[in-house]
Design a protein around this ligand. Structure first.
Ligand SMILES: Cc1cc2nc3c(=O)[nH]c(=O)nc-3n(C[C@H](O)[C@H](O)[C@H](O)COP(=O)(O)OP(=O)(O)OC[C@H]3O[C@@H](n4cnc5c(N)ncnc54)[C@H](O)[C@@H]3O)c2cc1C
Length: 420
């Protein structure tokens, strides 16, 4: 899948899920060079919460270890050379799939794990069934990503991780973030609006490096005396937020991105996909006949686990997109803001209080790493009252501020001209 060549983080929800359901996979990742990172190193005081752990690991390493673990299971057969092209139907239930070689594979249950395009929609449409009602909300994001390796093996990150597990920031008109990964590797990703042609030259390595050099916290991460680039700058258009309708047929379920996509900027798709997969597996254990009840239980799971994150993501994407569009003097993309799951002033107050209060920090960090939703966090009455009790301290003067849009575009143009 195209995103495998881009930076991925597995957030605390993903680590929690692997610890609970697949500890061998987590061990395999660590043996392959991934590292656990305790987010509490950034806490403003003592926090007793063992869940606040993330993993530094490339997506390619994760996929490789996942493949090894799945292949070792005696009941699993993997066929890399095979694509599914249609569903086998038995009156109104799914009874298997047909592969691209025309081979029918009978099955009691088909799980569509085909990623964001949700191939079962196409298969259902070809068979004359409605695909179910989908919800969508734009993410309007284009990413430019590059991997690097530390020149000194076993060295510490080139600069401070000002975002807990990352360096950099999502600024008022672009984003520039570095994430450590496995084996002395790290990734830097720059994000802009897809239609922002003035930033297209970021695909040029010289321009990419120059913009990292003027972006807060990233300068040491591109200092070639300490780091070496591992490949080209790769560009990808990010998918929109999507919540797929429930499968209309018995015997067919959807999992991972085939069920729900959230704006990749928020780094939770993998963790949601793992959590969704293991919880679906629990449901399948409880409803082994793959009957109507399983479909209903799967729809309930989607409402409980996926819908809140979809709603959070469409709101958070909207806020970023409108801010970036205004900075680029573009008209609003949408005049109808999604309903915020938590009032923005409450969330802003909590984010501010998190800088000094360990309890608020813990709640905000659990929400940022998908262990709880912001709505659930604020539904606990103790949390908002704790936020209100934190004395308002004057905001510290920013250590460093991002370039203005004019400065950013000047750097892009000047470097592109120099590079010829
Ligand atoms: C640029 C980018 C960066 C991201 N960064 C992060 C991040 O930092 N953290 C995070 O948690 N999430 C991130 N995500 C989201 C994450 O990649 C997805 O949520 C995750 O890959 C979903 O896993 P999946 O198994 O559902 O789908 P995928 O990983 O997309 O896998 C789908 C698989 O199905 C196969 N397939 C498709 N059709 C067929 C067919 N007809 N027959 C057989 N096989 C088929 C594909 O080849 C593929 O192997 C990012 C996404 C993008 C685009």
């Amino acid at each position: 899948m195209p995103q495998a060549a881009h930076d991925h983080v597995l957030n605390a929800l993903g680590v929690w899920t692997l610890r609970r359901y697949a500890p061998g996979l987590l061990t395999g990742l660590l043996e392959a060079g991934a590292r656990l990172w305790d987010l509490r190193t950034a806490a403003p005081g003592d926090v007793d919460d063992e869940d606040l752990i993330t993993v530094f690991c490339r997506r390619s390493v994760l996929d490789l270890v996942l493949h090894r673990c799945a292949s070792a299971l005696p009941t699993v057969t993997i066929s890399h050379e095979t694509a599914v092209t249609e569903l086998l139907l038995d009156s109104d239930r799914v009874a298997g799939v047909v592969t691209d070689s025309g081979e029918p594979l009978a099955a009691d249950l088909v799980v569509d794990a085909s990623g964001r395009r949700c191939a079962s929609r196409t298969w259902l449409a070809a068979a004359g069934f409605p695909a179910g009602k989908d919800l969508t909300g734009a993410s309007h994001l284009r990413a430019f990503g590059r991997f690097y390796r530390l020149r000194q093996p076993g060295g510490s990150p080139p600069g401070p991780l000002n975002r807990g597990n990352a360096a950099g920031g999502v600024w008022g008109h672009y984003s520039a973030v570095a994430h450590p990964a496995d084996n002395d590797v790290f990734a830097i990703t720059l994000g802009t609006l897809p239609g922002d042609h003035a930033t297209t030259a970021l695909r040029d390595p010289g321009v990419f490096t120059a913009v990292c050099g003027i972006s807060p916290y990233l300068f040491p991460w591109v200092d070639e005396s300490a780091v070496e680039p591992m490949g080209p700058v790769r560009v990808i258009g990010m998918p929109p937020n999507l919540l797929r309708g429930a499968s209309p047929l018995v015997g067919l379920l959807r999992v991972g991105d085939a069920a729900c996509v959230t704006d990749p900027m928020f780094g939770r798709g993998l963790s949601l996909a793992f959590t969704h997969a293991f919880r679906l597996a629990d449901l399948i254990d409880r409803h082994p006949s793959a009957a109507v009840e399983l479909g209903r239980a799967a729809a309930d799971l989607s409402d409980e686990l996926l819908r809140p994150w979809y709603e959070q993501s469409i709101h958070d994407s909207w806020v970023r997109v409108e801010r970036w569009r205004a900075a680029a003097s573009l008209p609003p993309a949408s005049r109808c803001p999604p309903v915020p799951p938590v009032a923005p002033d409450l969330w802003a107050a909590a984010s501010k209080a998190a800088a000094t209060d360990p309890v608020v920090w813990q709640g905000v960090t659990r929400a940022q790493t998908s262990l709880t939703t912001p709505a659930r966090l604020f539904a606990d009455v103790d949390f908002p009252s704790r936020v209100r009790q934190v004395p308002a301290e004057p905001a510290p003067a920013p250590e460093t501020s991002p370039p203005t849009r004019t400065e950013l575009l000047q750097t892009i143009t000047a470097t592109a001209r120099k590079e010829g």
